[in-house]
Design a protein around this ligand. Structure first.
Ligand code: AMP
Length: 443
């Protein structure tokens, strides 16, 4: 076994898989543009404080999962575990507030030191959106609508369920937090170790616990809905009514809380049952306090992120990806291969996909071009005297040779330097390229 392998929890995306990732990314990007978002790309690493402040010390993502290190200059650096903190940091440091509202889309790798398993990686890919500067609940609806549209374009909308909840405004959350702590404190000794810590620091997250015993204890906890202020209820109703008007099916899940500390009001997840434990495909919510936490003015925000690795797992074999068909060029000598590269380069410069085979005999090359579902193959074959014996465009679909030039002349000649070159009096490269393009146009 080779000594060098990819680090645990990371993986190589080979061309077939990367193609699916790119198709997903393209759909996400294109639809985000349709909804008025612009792409932002923030650095993959930030000062650790950005994430620590934004995500809260008690979130799992920060307390256990970040890749944090000191760089050579002694700065404490963290590889981004998610996209929102960096986008909001950029919003503040780039002074984007003057153009509010800002609608930002991002795509890229994220890093979390989690226990790797199918659908859970230490380097994974997310795309996501953030809307900054809109406190209207219909901004939440528009965000969810974009998520739903992307899932529809991926044919996944019926394979997952939108679950939604409200965490309420600060007042609702504070009174609920108090009630929850009162309920759980007598049960403290029975809670999991993680939840004991959360009870002190972030009790709402206990509702999100994966521990079976925690789940049983929480089943009888006071309901969040009973602590919501009028303001919160109106906000949530506007979101749900908006979703109904847009025909987006949802299920209110009163136990849904999000792992990060900065959420308020709307929280939601598109969940599938098809990927075992890693069912969350896309998740997000409102985070009205975050910009302030990172040094900006008080600014409402709402957004979501989706895991491309998981979408790709679900899409594999289902997503119809248009494969560009190539023109294949088959040659049988160094000189014809050189000529092929010249022709291919001209075709490629006009945005056509062209395959030139460098290995194997004519039979193998023909097989390869069939396998690639080529439009047709251009055969450039010469004999040992450098006479062109076949210059044909061969159509695989009906086994018909479209153009066939049998030149009896030598098609290659020697230049002054003694190199063998194409005799352009006999072979008009531009006219061959044009013939090929004409054939592509009618194919
Ligand atoms: P989060 O930022 O935790 O809300 O995650 C948003 C989305 O990213 C999830 O719904 C998943 O689809 C995806 N995701 C989160 N963590 C991982 C991971 N470790 N590996 C793969 N995908 C992930």
């Amino acid at each position: 076994m080779s000594k060098y392998q990819s680090v645990r929890g990371t993986r190589d995306l080979l061309p077939a898989q990367k193609k699916i990732f790119r198709a997903i990314e393209a759909i996400a990007y294109e639809n985000s543009i349709n909804y008025g978002f612009g792409q932002i790309e923030t650095p993959i690493f930030e000062f650790s404080d950005v994430f620590h402040r934004a995500m809260g010390e008690t979130s799992d993502a920060v307390s256990k999962e970040t890749y944090t290190f000191e760089d050579r200059g002694g700065e404490k650096i963290t590889l981004r575990p998610e996209g929102t903190a960096g986008a909001v940091r950029a919003y503040v440091s780039e002074g984007l507030a003057q153009n509010n509202p800002n609608k930002l889309y991002y795509y890229g790798p994220m890093f979390r030191y989690e226990r790797p398993q199918k659908g859970r990686y230490r380097q994974f890919y997310q795309f996501g959106v953030e809307v900054l500067g809109l406190d209207n609940p219909l901004a939440d609806v528009e965000c969810i609508d974009l998520a739903y549209t992307i899932l529809k374009k991926l044919n996944l909308e019926t394979r997952c369920e939108l679950q939604i909840n409200t965490l309420g405004d600060a007042e609702s959350r504070n009174s609920y937090r108090e009630a929850l702590v009162q309920f759980l404190t007598p049960l403290r000794s029975q809670l999991s170790e993680d939840s004991k810590v959360r009870l002190e620091k972030n009790p709402l997250r206990i509702l999100d616990s994966k521990d079976e015993n925690d789940k049983k204890l929480i089943a009888n906890a006071p309901a969040m809905a009973d602590f919501m202020t009028e303001n919160t209820k109106v906000f949530f109703k506007t979101v749900l009514d908006g979703l109904t008007k847009l025909n987006i099916p949802f299920k209110v899940n009163p136990k849904l809380v999000r792992g990060l500390d900065y959420y308020c009001h709307t929280v939601f997840e598109f969940v599938t049952t098809e990927l075992g434990a890693q069912g969350a495909l896309l998740a997000g919510g409102r985070y009205d306090g975050l910009v302030e936490t990172l040094g900006g003015a008080k600014t409402p925000g709402v957004g979501w992120a989706s895991g491309v690795d998981r979408l790709a797992d679900l899409c594999a074999g289902h997503l119809v990806i248009e494969n560009k068909k190539p023109v294949s060029i088959i040659t049988n000598s160094t000189e014809t291969l050189e000529l092929a590269l010249v022709i291919a380069s001209k075709l490629r410069n006009q945005n056509h996909y062209c395959e030139v085979f460098m290995n194997g005999n004519i039979g193998r090359k023909t097989e390869k071009s069939k396998k690639l579902n080529s439009y047709f193959c251009l055969q450039i074959l010469s004999d040992q005297t450098n006479t062109l014996v076949n210059f044909g465009i061969f159509n695989f679909s009906n086994n018909v040779t479209i153009h066939n030039t049998i030149a009896k002349d030598r098609i290659f000649t020697k230049n002054i330097a003694g190199n063998i070159i194409v005799d352009e009096d006999i072979v008009n490269i531009n006219s061959i390229v044009q013939k090929v393009i004409n054939e592509i146009d009618v194919a």
